[in-house]
Every structure is written in structure tokens, then in C-alpha cells.
Design a protein around this ligand. Sequence first.
Ligand code: AMP
Ligand code: ZN
Length: 664
Amino acid sequence: MKVEEKIKQLRQELREHNYNYYTLDAPVISDYEFDMRLKDLQKLEEEYPEFYDANSPTLRVGGQITKNFETVVHEHRMYSLDNSYSKEDLEDWEKRIKKLVDGEVNYTCELKYDGASISLTYVDGELARAVTRGDGIQGDNVTTNVKTIKSVPLKLKGDFPQKFDIRGEIVLPYEGFAKMNQERILAGEEPYANPRNTASGSLKLQDSSETAKRPLDCLLYSIQGDRLGIQTQYENLEKARAWGFKVPSESKLVNTIDDVLQYVAYWDEHRHNLPYETDGIVIKVNDLQQQEELGFTAKAPRWAMAYKFKAEQASTVLEEITYQVGRTGAITPVANLQPVSLAGTTVKRASLHNADQIEKLDIREGDTVYVEKGGEIIPKIVGVDFQNRNQESTPTDYISECPECHTSLIRKEGEAQHYCPNYKGCPPQIIGRIQHYISRKAMDIEGLGGETVALLVNEGLIANYADLYELKKEQVVPLERMAEKSAENLVLGIEKSKEIPFERVLFALGIRYVGETVAKKLAKHYKTIDAIVEATEEELVNVDEIGIKIAQSVQEFFTSEENKALVNRLKEYGVQLEISAEKLANQTDTLQGQTFVVSGVFEKVSRTELKKLIEDNGGKVSSSISSKTSYVVAGDKMGPSKLEKANKLGVSIISEDEFLTKIV
Ligand code: AMP
Ligand code: ZN
């Protein structure tokens, strides 16, 4: 046999054994035999490097080093999921769904695997790229590390599409996790806290041979791509399984919310027998056409819902209450606890939220308290064991001064949080604002981290974000842990931030209540910072989705002479304080004041493109028909109940072509 064929045959054979072992959990040869064959292949590959294949099973052992993980924008955004905790929550969800889609609705129930989410791209049946969720819009390219995970197929089987993405979760099963920790303890190292964080940390190791040593597993749950010919979520799972992916068999197709609850009850009890951690179940509308009709909110799909298992509780002693000052001056009381093990992690701190919460639960230092871990990362105190209270203890006196700058705290009418009003001179606020400015979703300044910001402020080199643009390399080099090169990168990173688009600059300014979405809305509506500064409260409130609280906060921000001066300085340095001409050129006001509902399947543009066209031309997209709807753009297979509703309310129905002529 020719060498090339021999190599190919060995690769194919090893792939099959890998699949049997790691995906099906049903090996057909011994580990020893497997290792022998792998060695044979390694030898041949070394001798004949001309037959190199980036997806050869020998490369599973890793060895490639990644210094910086490249940032990749997801082709399809990776959303998070809404949470539900009760039958009522699920029934409300079903009601909302049934208002928006026609016909029967079925659901798939899947386990919610607790690990690190991942998106894998396959081209011509080979793994081309693996990207972490990141912020959902962009993540890190961790392909070299993911290739070492044995249940991730490098080559697919069967009748797969030419190109698609598949989503899943990388988990560290309990058994492997325990073994890793035993080894660490033997080596005198600190054991890892929990499987989930260890799994996600494993994806970001620089040396892929280290990742290869970790017993990670990859569980898949959804395929994304164009024209895949898949009709339902359940089919999604079956297809993925047929192409060689590991898709757990516990998922189930059901018809009613009661069935969903039965599934929840069963797995709440039996999940402890599963080999990996789960933190709930995920319910998805089964029909993909219905999924499309339902679409997404800013954060999550309307067609899916997580149902969290009941949180686990533990009791421990509250040793001390301390207070943190955030970038907005908001004070957060923190409970410092005697360490206690809870749901697989050691808990030492818990949030106490605010003064009301402390008063309501009558929490005091020295109390034995109940801590609970829900979906949030930070556990919370849910109650006090009064039987165990020291008779001499007195109610907690909430602080009246800022723990950092000793200014008297204020509390606005109707607000739960106390604030330190020392905007100008309170160190954590000064540092926090600059840290927010440089953060990833804001100006994303490379080469500058949160700790360095604190250092720069403490050294008196900067006192606000505008000062960043005056920083010189020579000033930075002498700082602790700085070198010539890193100082250069820092200054370069700051310079580059001048290209960041206006909407993100607006978010970076740190105006209270102006998050990413609001910043986008304002930027789009007003187009320049000057227009926002000049806008009256009334005008601001008239902008879609801007409420009175936001409007007041925007006004308050720009009444400050200091903030105005900061913004003027940013402008002088060349930071983008208006929408670029190029972007403006692609936008019009043609559809200003008109609201559209999009229904059905289209020919010339995809649904997503259609919605974007509406928005880019100043229109608004809504998901349900009401008297405020200006037009329904109807494609093929528009739902009959939508049609009826549109007719009843006298809303005009237009075709795709009719719509397109509106905007030319
Ligand atoms: P959350 O991070 O709590 O908003 O939940 C969303 C995450 O759940 C997704 O990003 C996935 O990583 C994860 N997840 C785990 N299992 C599933 C599943 N079966 N279907 C969808 N998402 C899942
Ligand atoms: Zn303060």
C-alpha cells in the first residue's frame, strides 16, 4: 500500500476509535492497542511531513502555544437565556409565545450543562474554528485548545452541510475533576474550586498540551447556518448526533408545560447521577420556523427559557460587614463569611445589596446565616438563624460616611442604594470610571488593564479618562511591572481608541443608566454629542425606549461643567463624538415614525437583513401587531392569525418587493 494511503487509513481508524471511546463511551479496542496505533501514525507522519493534516488524530495531544487569543466576531450572536423558577413563570412564557406565533407549539427539554459555551465552525466536514462566547458578540479563538478535546470531532461523518456553526458547552465531568484535584493536592497545590470555572480556564491555557491533559468533554445542542433543511430543534439534535457530535440522550420532546415540569422534577432528583454538572434545564420551542417568528430580545431568544434547579443552601457565621464603593459612588455592603462549601464552591463573601436588605433580614455581625447560590455568581444571604444569635448583639448600624474618602453618604428619595457624592475626589470612583472607559465593551483599550489604571491614578499620572490621551511613554516606563515594550503598547492602545465608534464612546463616558443599548439608541437618534448635550429632557424622553430616569441622568451629566470640559478635551484629541460620515451614508430617515412587523419567509433578503434595513432607514421593528403598527411585511408562509389580526386592525400588509421600493 502506498504510504499516503496507509497514513489516511490509520487516521480514519483512530478517529473511529476516538469516537467510540469518547463520544459513545463504548470502546472496541484496548487503550494499549490504541496507543500503539497512534505511535505508528506519529512515526509515519514524522517521516513523511508532506502528508501533514491539521486535523490528524495525532494532533490531539496538543503542543501549540497561543500567546494572545485572537478576537473573533460571531457570525450569529451567542445569546444568553432568560430564567424561570416556577410553574407560573413557564405559563407566562407560554402565553407570550402563543400571542406571537400561530399553531401548536411543542417544546424540547434539554439539560442545561454547566460549563463554558463554545461555537464550533465546520467547513467541508472539518473543524475550522472554535470560539468562546465572550460577550456574545465576539469571543476568543481557542481552536488549538479545543482540538485537543477528544469528543470534538475533527472530521465529520455522514451527510453534513458544507458549512455550519454548532453550539455547545465544554464541561469537566466530576470524575476527571476530582482526579485533577487529587493530583494537585499531592503536588502541594491549591485544588480548583469548581468544574465550571476550571473548564473555561482550560480553554484559555497558552500551551495546548496542558489543555490536552484535562479530561474535558464537549456536549452539543444547536446547529446554525443557512439553508440547512432542518425543521425542528429535535431534528437539530439528531442530525448533530449523526454527524459524530456528542449529544446527550436525555433531551425530550413534549407538548405541554405540565410535561416540562415533570421533566424538571425528574432531573432535579436524578441529576446527581449524571457524570457532569447541570444547573437547570433549557426549554426550546421545537419548530424552527416558529423560533424565527419569535426572534430575540436584546439579551435572549424569546423561544427558549432556562429553568433553574432550586438553589442549594448552607449555613455559616457572618464575621464582618464591609462596604464597597463602585464607580458611580454606589455603596454595596458585603458579608464576609466563615468559609463554607456550597454547590461545589467555597463561599467566603456574599452580597447584602443595601441598607434595607440588612434591616429587613435583621442581619448582624456574629450571626449564623443561611447562604444560597442561585444563578448569580455571588451568593446571597437569605436569612438568619435567630436561635443561634448572641443575646448581646445589637442591630447593624449602616455606615454614614464613605469608607474610602469619609464624605457623608446620601440616599436619594425612593432609591435603595446609598451613594458617596464625592464625584471628584473619591478614589474608587475616579479609578472605576476610567476602568469602565477602557473596558472591552467601551473603548476596549489594548495594553491597559484595570490594575494599571489604579496604578496610574495612585501615582498621580491621570485623574480622569481624558488624561489618558496626554500620557507619554516616558511617564509610564518607570512604573512597577512596566517595561519599554508594554509602555509603548499602552500608549499605542490609547491612540487606537480614537477609532472607536461614537455609540461606544457614549457608553464609555459612564453616564448613569446609559448602558450599551441606550447609548446605541441615543447615538443613532442624535448622531452627535453636541445634539445630545442640547437636547431637553422632553426631547430625550421622546426618543424610543428612553425613559425619564435616563433622560434626567443624561441632563445631569452634561450640566456638570467638569464633564463638559472632559468631553471637549476628548473631542480635541480626536475621539469619535459623532457618527462617522460613512455610517451616516448608509442610513436614512425614510421610514421615520413607522413601525413594522415582519412575518414569514422572504426571497431576496433574510429576515435579519430585512429588520436591519428597517432600522437603518429610521423605522422601528416590533414583534406583534397592534394599532400602532404601520405595515406588516409579509413573506411566504405568513401565519393565519397574524393575517387575521392585521385585517381586523386595518393594518396594511405589504410584500417584500413593495417594502424594498419604499427605501430606494
Ligand atoms: P446563561 O449563561 O445562564 O444566560 O445561560 C445561557 C447559557 O446556557 C448558554 O450560553 C449556554 O452556554 C448554556 N447552555 C447549557 N446547556 C444548554 C442547552 N441545552 N441549550 C442552550 N444553552 C445551554
Ligand atoms: Zn467616597
